[in-house]
Design a protein around this ligand. Structure first.
Ligand code: TEU
Ligand code: CA
Length: 727
């Protein structure tokens, strides 16, 4: 197989949040000159591209995602000239710059909106989305529908000037643009895109790339959260009816004319929906961000409704996030942090094993397929803010509003203190603020970020965790990242471009996978990655035959040519080895079975979605026929339940006999999940200040039985071909 290398596929992209990165002039706010002063540091780390979060002029209600002028720079960050210096400074180092493209909405301070709100007859009135109020039985004015804002409350804002509401899916000062109007689209192309391409910018990270096309009926959405007045609007706002038409237009009219990259923030998608955005032949975007991994454990639509997760959920999320590129012409992204997420070492690592678990996550990230994105401070394992900080230290509108609405709803309850503590535990784990504290450059005051008190408080642990203390230490997390990024490039056919297969799906402590080119059973080179996510020493169960060469590990004394069982290595809880050489591999039986049921489940989900979306029987029949065609390949496993074979056809050949019943070992005791949940077992005296959650998150046996049952149910659904809804 020949791989078509592409600069943006190969790239390691480093995200900079300008307010908190580096302050050059002592006003407590990061700036562009500060960024410029660190370009050699970034180059040396192995960064190819910088993604700069919004640096445009803005009132900063949502940290710059509320843009008042696409063509100028927020004065506290610098000037257009500074931006040019940054672009040139990057290009002269062989690096590139990607900006944030925020075109679902503008700030209410943008001149377009000021005109639009001025009167109902203003020519720009329909550049935004205006609707008349509704009145309830008591004659009280109400928003046009029940859509909720992503930042709590209604998604509609009343404007007295014309006695109408405008739509704003985020903050009150972030009115949504009306993409139905071609004049709006053309104005955006000129002002937000071409303006910067002409200055040498190399692409965009596209904010809320699935939200532009709203269902024009503006109906109420179904109630998902009965405890709330306003509901997630995704059904009528996300991946809407004209979204692909819009992306295709933007691509053909603008981005395809430049040698640039695009990565769209989409969030959640079925495989089919993802491909519409990123299949190369569709001509829309190069890649998208999906949230499977970063939102594992949270209820979709409300990150603060957090239920926890276990390693099996995590593996599934990692796989799903990249799986749509298997056998397609699409491309994916790898990331575990950004400005909307907490710090990964706190969320997925373990405070007691701060360095080792940060290295483990580095190894995970640098061995997954797709373009790799890392976030400022991730390379030194910056952590979440301390649990002891009160809500007053949190500045993000998402957190602040959530807390405000929560207090309004429950503030008078007798047990409010308890409820509040529970909420603060979750805020401490998943709020966006954790990513936004100043970068810790050294152990001097304010972590060397600024000489003045920063706009937001520096994490208490800056003396222990900072760049200066790590840069010359060969065992530091920072230098581990540098090496990992080098290894990623060295073995890029496998690590960046290769296929991915989990080998130990049901293992609750260890995450083992194979990276390979084309057929995993062929003799082409492979990489074998083993990550112990638990705090226990575990027996190393070699799931791959053949001889491997150890390439990289976070354990200094791993014996080079053998993988000794982990049980013999006490006190070395986090171990990973990554190997590459010719070999054959085996899936353990559970993984094999899991892969089968996974594909069944995917087909089932596609089917369900279609039924929901269209309610048209003929479409349903067509899909069913397609499913039944693949059932032609169906084999009868020993359990005698029908399973659909995997399209790549690699699994069934090697698994041997499946167990008669219960494909996964079952345990009736819920306590088995306690230890597996190492992420939630940390103590507070660690620099990581990890998750306060200590409870096992959902019974594992419950989880198992769910996973066993689903495919069996759906098999009966598929088996008849009479056009009846199969459930
Ligand atoms: O985020 C879009 C988005 O839907 C979220 O990830 C959002 O932060 C989350 O749902 C809140 O719980 C993008 C930007 O990444 C984010 O920083 C902006 O606030 C948002 O768009 C509005 O522009
Ligand atoms: Ca500054």
């Amino acid at each position: 197989m020949t791989i078509a290398y592409t600069w943006w596929k190969d790239a390691t992209i480093y995200q900079i949040w300008p307010a908190s990165y580096k302050d050059s002039n002592g006003d407590g706010i990061g700036d562009i000159k500060g960024i410029i002063s660190t370009l050699d540091y970034l180059k040396d780390l192995g960064v190819d591209i910088i993604w700069l979060s919004p640096m445009y002029d803005s009132p900063q209600d949502d940290m710059g995602y509320d843009i008042s002028d696409y063509e100028s720079v927020y004065p506290k960050y610098g000037t257009l000239d500074d931006m040019q210096t940054l672009i040139d400074g990057l290009h002269s180092r062989g690096m590139r710059l990607v900006l944030d493209l925020v075109i679902n909405h503008t700030s209410s301070e943008h001149k377009w909106f000021k005109e639009s709100r001025s009167s109902k007859t203003n020519p720009k009135r329909d550049w935004y989305i205006w609707k008349a109020p509704k009145y309830d039985a008591d004659g009280k004015r109400q928003p046009p529908n029940n859509w909720g804002s992503h930042f709590s409350g209604s998604a509609w804002e009343y404007d007295e000037t014309t006695d109408e509401y405008y739509l704003r899916l985020f903050a009150p000062t972030q009115p949504d643009l009306n993409w139905e109007n071609p004049k709006v689209r053309d104005a955006l192309y000129d002002s937000a895109l071409k303006f910067w391409f002409e200055r040498g910018v190399d692409g965009f990270r596209i904010d809320t790339a699935g939200l532009y096309s709203k269902d024009q009926k503006f109906q109420d959405v179904p109630i998902i959260f009965p405890d709330k007045t306003y509901q997630p609007s995704d059904l009528y706002t996300q991946n809407g009816p004209r979204i692909h038409e819009f992306h295709k237009e933007m691509y053909s009219k603008v981005t395809s004319n430049y040698d640039v990259m695009t990565v769209g923030e989409v969030g959640h998608c079925s495989r089919e929906a993802a491909l519409k955005y990123v299949s190369a032949k569709e001509g829309e975007m190069n890649m998208i961000f999906l949230f499977n991994v970063v939102e594992v454990g949270s209820v979709r639509g409300d990150r603060f409704k957090y239920n926890g997760y276990n390693l099996i959920d995590f593996k599934k999320a990692v796989e799903d996030q990249g799986a749509f590129i298997e056998g397609t012409d699409a491309w994916s992204t790898v990331f575990i942090e950004n400005h909307d997420q907490p710090r990964s070492v706190t969320r997925f690592g373990n405070g007691k094993h701060h360095n080792t678990s940060a290295k483990l996550l580095s190894l995970l990230q640098t061995t997954l397929t797709g373009t790799l994105f890392i976030y400022q401070g991730q390379e030194i394992a910056m952590t979440n803010l301390p649990r002891s900080w009160s809500i007053d230290e949190y500045k993000d509108i998402n957190t602040v509003n959530y807390y405000k609405y929560f207090k309004e709803a429950y503030g008078k309850d007798k047990d409010f203190a308890e409820k509040e503590k529970a909420l603060m535990d979750v805020i401490d784990l998943v709020a966006r603020d954790h990513a936004r504290s100043p970068v810790q450059w050294d152990s001097s005051a304010y972590g060397g970020f600024s000489t003045a008190e920063p706009w937001t408080r520096v994490n208490d642990n800056y003396k222990e965790i900072n760049v200066a203390s790590q840069i010359d230490d060969p065992n530091s997390v920072l230098n581990f990242w540098r090496k990992s990024l080098k290894v990623r490039k060295q073995f890029k056919d496998l690590l960046i471009y290769g296929s991915f297969k989990v080998l130990d799906y049901e293992n609750e402590k260890v995450f083992t996978y194979l990276k390979y080119q084309s057929d995993p059973e062929s003799s082409s080179p492979k990489a074998y990655v083993v990550l112990n996510f638990s705090t226990d020493s575990v027996k190393f169960d070699k799931l791959v035959d053949g001889k491997f060469e150890l390439v990289h590990s976070n354990v200094s004394d791993v014996v080079e040519d053998t993988l000794t069982p982990y049980e013999e290595r006490k006190h070395r809880e986090y171990k990973q080895v990554m190997e590459s050489q010719n070999s054959s591999y085996k899936l353990d039986e559970r993984s094999a079975r899991f892969y089968e049921t996974l594909r069944e489940k995917e087909l089932r989900e596609e089917l369900d979605q279609k039924i929901e979306e269209t309610n048209e029987l003929d479409k349903f029949r067509r899909l069913k026929r397609a499913v039944n065609t693949s059932s032609a390949k169906v084999e009868k496993p020993v359990s005698s339940k029908v399973s659909i074979s995997i399209s790549r056809g690699v699994v069934n050949t090697k698994i041997g006999k499946l167990p008669k019943s219960k494909p996964f070992s079952t345990s009736t005791s819920t306590s088995t999940s306690t230890n597996s949940n190492s992420q939630n077992n940390s103590s507070n005296n660690s620099p990581g200040n990890s998750s306060p959650e200590n409870k096992p998150q959902g019974s594992l046996s419950e989880l198992r039985s769910k996973r066993q049952d689903t495919p069996l149910d759906l098999v009966s659904g598929y088996s008849s071909d009479d056009g009846e809804e199969g459930g």
